[in-house]
Design a protein around this ligand. Structure first.
Ligand code: AMP
Ligand code: MG
Length: 334
């Protein structure tokens, strides 16, 4: 019998359960996504939705995999980083299941999971990764036993910045795909703040300037929303590409991985593909089903860590909302 892991993702908007075997074959993946009616992610509201739906999601994942909970050998959950009240739901559910079924439990760093699912699904060994999502913007690579961070945002995450701007422009959540579509209709670049500090990025000034363009008297006269969408993407993605290229030149990795929900964006893909080619590196985008937050990636890292060093004790499963990916050693790659 193949050994099976049930992975639970619960860091932000998505409560997701993935079931996979210890070789990385995925049998089911079910997501429940919180979509705000207005404003951003209110942790209290997200927590309520996850709390109300977790059993339904687990049962659907089990039935899609055609197994019962008794056949699961390992529980993995996202232990860090994320919204505290939301992380707690996943941690509580995982602890309950682990004790009810009497099987080991492993806590997982969510950012590392985004990279590891890319290594699994794209069949690559040692990439430089650009992880771009609603809550994170990180350029990282494996060096000296850890996933080192070469560049990151100093303020807003790229996905959050685009979603916030699109909300201001009257578009519904999530804004990323809508801005991508509008941007295709323009070639009129309006200069916006391009802020790269050392290897880090800052998107707050860019966001504020784009928002001011919407409020200006010239809006809908000298330029329209397509032009702002185009300029916003060109500026933000240009910044991401610059930092990724410099990290690539420094690390001399031969593979580049684009992951996270924003990886769906074709313009960003083409920019990162371009610099990858310039440096003779293979370029891969994580398949979109696994690029956004999902329980399969959490399950996979749970399996990797469990095989390398066993499970966590229950007291070792306390959530860590601020943990960075470079704080953790990676025994399965050493
Ligand atoms: P995640 O946080 O990884 O689940 O990804 C969600 C984020 O991805 C949201 O901020 C979305 O707006 C963003 N996103 C999804 N599709 C696209 C796209 N085509 N272009 C830009 N951003 C996108
Ligand atoms: Mg994520």
């Amino acid at each position: 019998m193949k050994k099976l892991c049930l992975g639970i993702e619960s860091t932000a908007h998505t409560f997701s359960v993935g079931i996979l075997d210890f070789e990385g074959n995925i049998y089911s993946l079910i997501n429940d996504v919180f979509i705000p009616e207005e404003g951003g992610l209110h942790p209290g509201l997200v927590r309520e939705q996850h709390l109300n739906n977790f059993m339904k999601i687990i049962n659907r994942a089990l039935s899609e995999a055609k197994i019962s909970i008794k056949e699961i050998d390992l529980i993995a959950f996202s232990q860090s980083p994320g919204l505290g009240p939301v992380l707690k739901i996943g941690a509580w559910v995982a602890r309950m299941l682990s004790q009810l079924v009497d099987i080991p439990i492993v806590g997982v760093n969510h950012c590392i999971a985004h990279v590891e699912i890319g290594r699994l699904k794209c069949n690559i060994k040692d990439p430089l990764s650009l992880y771009v999502s609603g809550g994170n913007t990180i350029v990282s690579a494996f060096e000296s036993e850890r996933y080192q961070i070469f560049g990151e945002t100093l303020d807003l995450a790229i996905g959050n910045m685009i979603d916030s701007f699109s909300r201001d422009a009257g578009l519904s959540h999530p804004g990323g795909p809508k801005i991508e579509k509008l941007a295709l209709e323009s070639k009129n670049y309006i200069p916006l703040p391009y802020v790269v500090k050392g290897m880090d990025l800052s998107f707050s000034g860019l966001y504020t300037s784009a928002k001011y363009l919407l409020q200006s008297k010239d809006y809908c006269k000298k330029y329209n929303l397509n032009d702002i969408a185009y300029s916003l993407q060109e500026t933000a993605f240009g910044m991401l590409t610059e930092v990724t290229e410099r990290a690539l030149a420094h690390t001399e990795k031969k593979e580049v991985l684009l992951t996270g929900g924003v990886a769906a964006n074709k313009r960003l893909q083409s920019m990162i593909e371009y610099i990858s080619k310039e440096h003779d590196a293979r370029f891969e985008v994580v398949p979109l089903r696994y690029a956004g937050d999902n329980g399969a990636m959490i399950g996979w890292v749970g399996i990797l860590r469990y095989k390398a060093e066993g499970g966590h004790s229950i007291s070792g499963t306390i959530i860590n909302p601020k943990e960075r990916m470079d704080q953790i050693t990676i025994p399965w790659r050493s």
